[in-house]
Design a protein around this ligand. Sequence first.
Ligand code: SF4
Ligand code: SF4
Length: 296
Amino acid sequence: MKQIVVLSGKGGTGKTVMTGALAAFVDNKLLVDCDVDAADLHLLLEPEIIERHEFRSGHKACIDSGACVRCARCFEVCRFGAITKDLQVDPGACEGCGLCARLCPVQAIRMAENMCGEWFVSRTRFGTMVHARLGAGEENSGKLVARIRQRGKELAIAGKRDWVIIDGPPGIGCPVMASLSGVDAVLLVSEPTCSGLHDAARVIDLGKHFRIPVLLAVNKWDINPAVTETIERYCLDNGVAIAGRVPFDRSVVDCVVSGKTVMEGAAEVVKSAVADVWQNLSQIVTGASERNKEAV
Ligand code: SF4
Ligand code: SF4
């Protein structure tokens, strides 16, 4: 079983459109949507939830008003302003440091586990998907990504899947690191814009750091062929293989608006470009694995 993560360095390059296309195109795979802060793969895949789990992480102070003697010690010591003047805890401001609970003279404060999101296993028209939703303003998205990656892997092994296709989070922060752990390759989806090269370079650096092969696909390559060539040259100079180019076509927008993957409704030129990306990617990943076996 091989795991591929689709990354972009930032949002809006067509990363999720590419993941959706691979979801429709690749056989015998399991899907994991690691964009837990602003998931949108579900808009294309319309998952039917079959498992729902709470995600708990960290703690928040909780005052027992019956036991509280209203000394206001907690209000005075909280450096985050999380205790209001009327001695209520503002859960959004509480950092869970536990100082108030330690200093309360009558032990009226307990530290309660924080429910900060949910994760799901769902059925889609392209197979099983594991995904999640982090509560507004909540942190620990890296931990939640690690949780759904783990569940995705377990299900893929149990179901004898050949591939796990992961829609990675935008950026290069903690959730991206969690989405990279243990993958066989990164598919970097870039676009030929001024920031495209900069964002691609950040993902390439991450791949180098974690020693994970990165392959490039330029989305809407024909809106600026010169910049596409610059990005591809940069990639080749940095040991990144080119998986392919996907052209701009109005039919892609129509697919997104109507909640379809591009493999279900875009022009043939787009579908065949995605098929080429997958063929190149899968050949390199499985070829690398065969070479590794021979070397053992
Ligand atoms: S420190 Fe304890 S007793 Fe004092 S106000 Fe806070 S909760 Fe109430
Ligand atoms: S746990 Fe820390 S941050 Fe939260 S209310 Fe108590 S002192 Fe403030």
